[in-house]
Design a protein around this ligand. Structure first.
Ligand SMILES: Cc1ncc(COP(=O)(O)O)c(C=O)c1O
Length: 446
């Protein structure tokens, strides 16, 4: 007997490949022995627990400022938080945002982080084609496909997705171009860590404008800025918001406090022109839970008003140093086998491309690091398994129907967020051993 599922329901009964891998690993992960470079967790040391405790006390003690924080909130989000975010943008000139640009924007807080805003888009748009970069933000792209969208990926260059390459892809679609729903661009890409340059960002907005005119309906472009406040390379170009240029109302920016404050706050937001889309997103928030937990929103507002400067400095200094040491270690330890290294300038990912070492779950490299080769000399005994290393295979990050599919099998994402630096360096040494093992038994998938 079968439930009468929607097609999304049916597609969701089987876990995605990434979920399967993570779940399998999580069931017997040994803290202090196994090493997790796979998860996108933030570093625990960046979470300001003492300040968050101060924030919760301040919110509870000041009902004039933080109204009824333990009650339901409104669907657009807490006015206190929205005001604090607006002020933060303007006073810090985030994305070169000034009062006038900010005054043109509406803002909605999602019910559970940026993820819930992305989920709302997948529900509110009629299924169609979504254009994004390759490698892609696999978690959202997988969800979009379960919801009936077709994700079309365009390989990114070292300074992000190029409008010319997207234009070519759109042209090649022929009549199917009429099905394009929206563009989705991650400004510091996950998994690659590639930073979208301002020139590329502006060109992509122009492209969305041109195609909207051609298709005679708005084709919006969503810039996901999850890691944009974590650009820690002092040499990197300061990002300019697309909203500064946008006169057509096609650009929206999606932000989160997860990476700079704490993922558990679940505070994410969308900014752009007031109108039907943001109204529908607020309705969707109401439908799934009325609002993000109000207490969390008020705490986030307090943090933005009182501690954000020291927090941003602390978080960015920490990731900068980790990126530097680990970048060097990657070169020294894995250098001879690498074709390309991206990332390490913002956020907390490096994305590695090997010349001829395969990294997918069937590869000797993967099996060595998961200690599932079947050879006790490599794996250790059942009671005393050798340390395992989890990473995200590129195979999960490139679209199987995209131009990078074959290359993805030689790639991996390494997160330097969660584990401590010395532990990551040890993991890189295990990777070198895994390469030598793969070379011995044959590099390709078995
Ligand atoms: C590109 C991207 N967008 C959105 C999110 C989700 O952010 P949030 O914690 O606000 O749901 C992540 C988290 O890893 C991400 O990598």
């Amino acid at each position: 007997m079968q439930f009468r599922f929607s097609s999304y329901g049916s597609a969701s009964t089987a876990p995605s490949p990434v979920n399967k891998m993570m779940a399998a690993f999580a069931t017997d992960f040994r803290d202090g022995v196994d090493i997790n470079l796979g998860v996108g967790y933030v570093n625990e040391k960046t979470i300001p627990d003492t300040l968050l405790l101060e924030a919760i006390n301040a919110v509870a003690a000041n009902p004039e400022t933080y109204r009824q924080p333990f009650n339901y909130g409104g669907p657009k989000g807490s006015p206190t938080l929205i005001q604090a975010l607006r002020r933060f943008y303007v006073t810090h000139a985030i994305g070169d945002m000034d009062e006038a640009t900010m005054a043109r924007q509406d803002m909605v807080i999602g019910p559970s982080g940026a993820t819930s805003i992305l989920d709302a888009l997948a529900d509110l748009f009629a299924p169609g084609i979504v254009i994004t970069a390759d490698p892609m933000y696999y978690i959202y792209c997988n969800q979009l496909e379960r919801k009936g969208f077709r994700v079309l990926t365009v390989p990114e260059s070292p300074d992000g997705l190029a409008a010319e390459a997207v234009e070519e892809r759109l042209q090649a679609l022929g009549k199917a171009v009429a099905d394009v729903a929206f563009f989705y661009v991650v400004t510091v890409n996950n998994p690659s860590g590639v930073i979208l340059s301002n020139a590329r960002k502006r060109a992509l907005l122009t492209l969305a404008e041109r195609w909207s005119a051609k298709l005679q309906r708005p084709v919006p472009i969503f810039f996901d800025q999850a890691y944009e406040w974590l650009i820690h390379d002092p040499e990197a170009e300061k990002p300019r918001s697309a909203l500064v240029y946008d006169t057509s109302g096609l650009a929206y920016e999606i932000g989160t406090l997860s990476k700079v404050l704490a993922p558990a706050l679940r505070v994410g937001f969308i900014m752009g022109a007031a109108g039907a889309l943001l109204d529908a997103i607020a309705q969707k928030t109401s439908d799934v839970g009325f609002s993000a937990p109000l207490m969390n929103q008020e705490m986030a507002a307090y943090m933005l008003e009182h501690h954000i400067d020291e927090q941003l400095r602390h978080v960015n200094a920490g990731y900068r140093e980790k990126a530097r040491v680990i970048g060097q270690a990657v070169d020294e330890i894995l250098g001879p086998w690498l074709e390309d290294v991206r990332g390490g300038r913002g956020g907390f990912y490096y994305y590695l491309t090997f010349r001829n070492i395969t990294t997918d779950t069937a590869s000797p490299f993967f099996k060595f690091l998961s200690r599932i080769t079947g050879d006790d000399a490599v794996d250790g005994s059942a009671e005393n398994r050798r340390p395992r290393v989890v990473y995200l295979p590129g195979d999960f990050c490139v679209h199987p129907a995209g131009a990078s599919a074959a290359k993805g099998k030689r790639q991996l994402r390494l997160s330097y967020g969660f584990e401590d630096t010395e532990v990551i360096v040890t993991a890189l040494e295990h990777m070198r051993d895994a390469i030598r093992y793969a070379e011995q038994v044959g590099c390709g998938s078995q």
